[in-house]
Design a protein around this ligand. Sequence first.
Ligand SMILES: Cc1cc2nc3c(=O)[nH]c(=O)nc-3n(C[C@H](O)[C@H](O)[C@H](O)COP(=O)(O)O)c2cc1C
Length: 182
Amino acid sequence: MKIMVIAGSPTAESRTRGIAQYAAEVLREMNVEVLYFDVGIDRLPLFTGDATSAENETVKKLADYAEQADGFFVTSPEYHSGMSGALKNALDFLGGKHFKNKPSAIAVAAGGGKGGINALANLRTVLRGIYSLVIPDQYVADPVNFDEGNVLVDELAQTRVRELATQLKELTELVSANKAKN
Ligand SMILES: Cc1cc2nc3c(=O)[nH]c(=O)nc-3n(C[C@H](O)[C@H](O)[C@H](O)COP(=O)(O)O)c2cc1C
């Protein structure tokens, strides 16, 4: 089974990356093959709808990983009550062809003070728009859950990401087994 983990923050020092890296670690421990894509490192051009962008190496990597993936673990910072523009830009290069009937888990990094829920709702809406099966559970990490290097160190936060990864793996297995039957 292959799960694509998407780190959805454009920043160099990113807490979102801390969530994505922890999710990738946990999934690998569960013997899942992880396809890791980080929009802050794998810099995409701006989506313009121009067909020539399909020849861009980073766009190719994004589309290739998404096509191979049986499921997705998508992370984002909350910026102005939504997902990051960088992540939305990445998702605009993809669509139902990549996500239809494939499960997704979602988690966001927010600023504390009860932020994060709007980015989760935004991410859920957009993933529904490309026909992904977004699992009902979701998670917001606050700055206190990370160390100074943006590693997700808080035990409860780690448990919640592990729970999301477990649910994602289980649903992806079920969906993949059903697809194999039909
Ligand atoms: C442009 C911008 C907008 C933000 N808007 C929100 C917000 O609406 N709600 C919130 O909880 N935090 C907000 N924050 C704080 C970030 O969500 C928080 O710092 C998060 O950890 C950033 O993740 P990153 O380091 O991966 O980019 C904002 C930060 C920036 C830079």
